[in-house]
Design a protein around this ligand. Structure first.
Ligand code: C5P
Length: 401
């Protein structure tokens, strides 16, 4: 099912240069299955025309409280009742200030006051405006009131400056919105996830790595967090942003990953080993770069410790230990063998031989096995696959109680 199926989102667009990015947010909300109605502030209309939003949402855009025809079709109170979630992206300093004060001096602010739906706000403004104590105090007021703050991100700004104040990436805005719709089934649980590849150094400039992007493990960490868990993510060398609210520990080599995972283990209820850990590492790392000489070069590799098996056999073993298996043939047989051999509770297998899923992709499909069962998670974005996997984890935790 599309993750926002059944959600009726009111997308508020306020007047900053990032208003043009709201079209992309709208597009992604629709892709995720949401119905969307757009309300623009008067200043937003100076940046982008309503026609784009009308075409993308399939509904007329509203911007005034005093539009008689629009009020006759769906009055503002009706609109406030219709929505299941209000998202303001971008939210300017002015809009944030008006929300903090509870003003109702235009349609968007009135709707926010008149609706009981959760409010999510994605600020976008010049970095000095964002850092100003007035804005920070307003944001603190909103957060204390239960408003979910999405971003802002840091980086280059349209005004030529660099700093915090950019609109969060549309993908991340929609991911946060999806997360806000999930029931908190993992509240009170502590989840430890390992993700990404490991790099095993040969000399100061070379290493043995693998094609793991870390995306699946990061999506698992984000899904666990979205379901209310406290999440620790032990990440190999990847360039992915840390999912909001997740504690991250960066490592490079298998031995470092093992040390970090085992140090964290006692405090956790669930371990998911989504990392592609090297099975062999150079027996020694040379202090100097190896010079080109003979026709062949032999590097002696040594077997690494199996982190997952060590976790499963640990005296402070978490209640649920989940492994991943990348297979190219006889998936079920190999996965079940691993489940048994490593002493796991669940194993999530993916067929990396199939095009368009697995390594270096945004999509995946999983077959998950446990002693007495199996669940096939259909092909789709890793974020959705991860959410389905974490629902199963929550089921298994409940079943084991
Ligand atoms: O046996 P195989 O390497 O295929 O098993 C994959 C699973 O084992 C993954 O969950 C991976 O994170 C874990 N693993 C590990 N330590 C290793 C090798 C694999 O934790 N050294």
């Amino acid at each position: 099912m599309a993750p926002l199926q059944g959600e009726r989102i009111l997308l508020g667009v306020s007047g900053g240069i990032a208003a043009y990015k709201a079209a992309e947010v709208l597009r992604r909300l629709r892709d995720a299955g949401a119905q969307v109605r757009v309300v623009m502030t008067a200043s937003a209309l100076h940046f982008v025309g309503p026609t784009t939003f009308q075409a993308l949402s399939g509904h007329p855009v509203r911007s005034s409280l005093w539009d008689e025809a629009a009020e006759a079709a769906m009055g503002h109170i009706e609109l406030a009742r219709w929505t299941t979630r209000i998202l303001i992206a971008p939210a300017t300093a002015n809009t944030i200030a008006r929300l903090a004060q509870g003003r109702a001096n235009d349609l968007l602010s009135t709707l926010c006051l008149a609706s009981e739906a959760p409010l999510l706000v994605a600020p976008a403004m010049n970095r000095v405006m964002w850092a100003h104590p007035a804005t920070q105090a307003n944001v603190a007021t909103l957060v204390a009131r239960g408003v979910e703050l999405l971003g802002p991100a840091e980086g280059d700004q349209a005004c030529g400056e660099v700093g915090a104040g950019r609109l969060l990436d549309p993908d991340r805005i929609v991911a946060a919105l999806v997360a806000s719709t999930l029931p908190p089934r993992l509240a009170g649980k502590r989840v430890l996830v390992s993700a990404g590849p490991t790099f095993e150094d040969i000399d100061p400039v070379r290493f043995i790595g693998n094609r793991s992007s870390g995306k699946m493990g990061f999506a698992v960490a984000a899904a666990a967090r979205a379901m209310g868990a406290q999440v620790t993510l032990v990440a190999g060398p990847v360039t992915l942003p840390t999912p909001a609210g997740v504690r991250r520990i960066d490592v490079r080599r298998a031995a470092q990953m093992r040390a970090a995972v085992l140090a964290e283990l006692p405090a956790h209820d669930v371990y998911l080993g989504a990392a592609a850990v090297a099975d062999y590492a150079p027996a020694e790392t040379l202090p100097q770069k190896i010079k080109k000489s003979g026709e062949t070069l032999t590097i002696v590799l040594q077997r690494t410790a199996d982190i997952l098996a060590d976790v499963a056999a640990h005296p402070q073993r978490p209640g649920l230990v989940v492994g991943f298996a990348a297979e190219t043939q006889d998936m079920e047989a190999y996965a079940r063998d691993k489940l048994h051999r490593k002493g796991l509770d669940l194993i999530a297998a993916n067929d990396v031989g199939r095009a368009g899923q697995g390594f270096e992709c945004d999509d995946n499909a999983l077959s998950v096995f446990w002693r007495e069962g199996r669940l096939d998670i259909a092909h789709g974005p890793k974020s959705r696959v991860a959410r389905d996997l974490m629902q199963l984890v929550a089921d298994r935790l409940e079943a084991s109680r």
